[in-house]
Write a protein that binds this ligand. Structure first.
Ligand code: GAL
Length: 689
């Protein structure tokens, strides 16, 4: 990764919009930022008209003036953005083909943001040109340390149905399949007479009689295409910038949204990824059956970003109440939460934090999306809390670059994420399962990673994990099954959930027993299965007297005794009572388990405990469920982050720790304030434990 200075030590910034404020305010803003310890500002992501107010008439006066002032603040550096998230009105009016359209083919009108599509040739050229012009003009500016491409690719919408997208999809399919015969075969087009005889007949989704009946194989390719389109668009801008931007300045983009394979994006289109973290969304938007963990749901999202960028930045960290002009969606952070959420990001691997935004907008759509300062521009408690947070982080000089530690991983892959979107069972079951594992990992203080399998994943990438959970990999290619097999043979423990391995990478169901290419490794096949609905007798299984709930789906597993497969748990109720629900097979130095059901939090906790993977740090410290534990670094560098999402509480330190924020030595019962944070280290000798 190219880091430049922002990642060499933990660095703090703000999102700033000089175009929203009188120029007379710029200097005092920069002075107040400097006083608080803010040393990076992100600018220009929506400012196209300031660079090209009329087609081809480029001017840089505005940001030249702003950057000239910034240059007089040697401590303050700039992340400059390409402004393509909001194409100007002159552009969309003259070239309406750049606008995105909905599935019904209705083009978006100008306005809001991200109203463009990625494939219109004129839009790609206009985007390349503005990126190139900005790179040329500002590429070597001494105040600029890095670049952000666009803003939040695939936010607002992650589907694209403009004419240019239909056209580009055809080209994409021709490259993928070569012939119409191959396409017809891959999409199973003989069904319902969908076979194409000419490429002109092929489209992305369009209005049909009943939207539940889209061709599933086409829909999967459609999402792959959306993702490839976004990546190619980002790459176009990256390459245009790189022609002018020296290699010691990074190029990134921000956010994680749907239908975009960020693992492919990182490395192809950006040097590393930045996330936009608004934890208060979690309080009102709870996924999964349990409704638990909303207070820290963003930890899962941060682990997800880390899957793409082991070290990353947070380009937008929530600092105030959230809302747009038509809604006030999230409440104001309570005292302590701005600091807590910032440390949540640091604990999960962020080395750069930029709060959104320096000051709340006084006009426009985002007048209710509060930043650090409010409309009145007075110093306030949020600024004091941000200042304190920066001072705290300065006490952790070795933090940047330390790897987040985890021995458990939850696997994901884009084929399954996307294939599960259209149905009412696979997608919801995956989400519920992930929520269950999140809750179990959180409440047992078991640090975890999320890992995305792709065609480049090697068994070595998984080797650091004692337990790998792949909840519902319905699509599983032989190549990925082979990677999992090698991981197990080398000593790993793999747990697969219901409906594994019955589809190939086209989303078709080959005529072979599930779990398909991984059945041999499991030493078991699935005889039959069924959804478990509220109308069914609730089903559960028992493992050595411990109850494992088996919601949503039940597979009947048929273990092959000849392969040495053991049944660990049997369904004790429900439709398939008395049949195997959980198996184990020892393979090489490791183990593989097939579980026939969806995952609930209690079952995930029991499985974690049963596999000896729960609470790896219990010999060092004991925490209540309201606190999260995250660990960065190894040996004597290791830092333990204790994040308290609730009221004042007590943790028990079983060894002598140093509190790195207060320099106090601590052992035994130790208080953690409401929304408090402790960053602890062991002395060098115990650090090796
Ligand atoms: C983000 C976006 C910002 C700002 C913020 C608050 O999604 O990147 O530009 O709009 O949300 O709404």
């Amino acid at each position: 990764m190219q880091h430049s200075m922002i990642m060499e030590h933990v660095t703090f910034g703000v999102c700033y919009y000089p175009e929203h404020w009188p120029e007379t305010l710029w200097r005092s803003d920069l002075e107040r930022m400097r006083a608080a310890g803010i040393t990076v500002i992100r600018v220009a992501e929506f400012a196209w008209n300031l660079f090209e107010p009329r087609e081809g008439a480029f001017t840089f006066d505005f940001f030249d003036r702003f950057l000239a002032l910034v240059s007089t603040f040697p401590e303050i550096r700039v992340i400059f953005c390409t402004p393509t998230a909001t194409p100007p009105a002159w552009l969309t009016e003259k070239y309406p083909e750049v606008l995105n359209a909905d599935l019904d083919g209705r083009p978006f009108s100008h306005g809001m943001r991200r109203h463009y599509n990625y494939n219109a040739p004129v839009w790609r050229e206009k985007s390349r040109l503005i990126a190139s012009k900005l790179g040329e003009h500002y590429g070597t500016h001494p105040s600029i340390i890095g670049w952000q491409i666009d803003n939040e690719l695939n936010c607002e919408t992650d589907v694209f149905y403009a004419q240019a997208d239909h056209d580009a999809f055809r080209v994409w399919l021709q490259q993928r399949y070569g012939t119409l015969d191959a396409l017809n075969e891959a999409w199973g087009n003989v069904v319902w007479n969908q076979s194409y005889t000419d490429w002109s007949q092929v489209h992305l989704s369009r209005p049909a009689a009943g939207r539940a009946g889209f061709n599933p194989h086409m829909r999967l390719d459609e999402k792959r295409f959306f993702s490839d389109s976004a990546i190619s668009y980002c790459r176009l801008q990256h390459d245009a910038l790189r022609e002018h931007v020296p290699a010691d300045r990074f190029i990134t983009t921000n956010g994680t949204f749907g239908h975009l394979d960020y693992k492919a994006l990182v490395g192809q289109g950006v040097d590393f990824l930045c996330y936009d973290s608004y934890p208060n969304f979690g309080a009102g938007m709870i996924e999964g059956p349990s409704g638990e963990m909303a207070d820290r749901k963003w930890s899962w999202n941060l682990a997800n970003v880390r899957a793409f960028s082991p070290l990353f930045g947070v380009m937008e960290q929530q600092s105030g109440a959230n809302g747009w002009v038509m809604r006030m969606a999230a409440r104001a952070p309570l005292p302590g939460q701005l600091r807590l959420w910032t440390f949540q990001s640091l604990a999960h691997g962020a080395d750069f934090i930029s709060w959104f935004r320096w000051r709340t907008a006084t006009f426009g759509t985002e007048i209710y999306w509060h930043g650090i300062l409010d409309y009145d521009n007075r110093d306030n408690r949020k600024l004091r809390e941000a200042t304190r947070t920066i001072a705290d982080a300065a006490k952790l000089p070795g933090l940047a670059g330390l790897q987040v530690q985890a021995k458990v991983a939850v696997l994901r892959d884009y084929d399954n994420l996307w294939d599960g979107e259209d149905d009412l069972w696979h997608g919801p079951m995956r989400r519920a399962g992930e929520a269950a594992w999140f809750e179990a990992l959180q409440t047992t203080h078991t640090p975890y990673d999320i890992v995305y399998l792709d065609d480049g994943t090697l068994a070595a990438d998984l080797a650091r994990y004692d337990l790998v959970v792949y909840p519902h990999a319905t699509i599983l290619s032989p190549a990925r099954a082979a990677v999992l097999e090698a991981y197990v043979a080398d000593g790993g423990r793999l747990l697969l959930g219901a409906r594994s391995g019955y589809k190939d990478s086209r989303g078709q169901c080959p005529m072979e027993p599930a779990p398909g290419p991984i059945a041999g490794l499991c030493g078991a096949t699935v005889l039959e299965g069924s959804m478990v609905t509220p109308a069914d007798t609730p089903s559960h299984a028992e493992w050595d007297g411990v109850r494992l709930d088996t919601p949503l789906w039940n597979d009947v597993i048929d273990p092959d005794p000849g392969a040495g497969t053991r049944v660990l748990a049997w369904y004790a109720a429900g439709r398939f009572e008395g049949t195997p629900a959980l198996t184990e097979r020892a393979v090489g130095a490791g183990h593989v388990h097939l579980f026939g059901a969806g995952f609930a939090a209690d079952a995930a906790r029991a499985l974690l405990a049963g596999f000896g993977a729960a609470s790896p740090y219990r010999a060092l410290l004991e925490l209540p469920a309201g606190c999260e534990l995250a660990v960065r670094g190894q040996g004597a560098d290791r830092l333990f982050f204790v994040l308290n999402y609730g009221e004042e509480t007590t943790v028990i330190l079983k060894k002598l720790f140093t509190d790195r924020l207060t320099e106090e030595k601590k052992i035994g019962e130790t208080r953690v304030d409401r929304f408090g944070v402790r960053v602890l280290s062991l002395n060098a000798k115990e650090g090796m434990v």
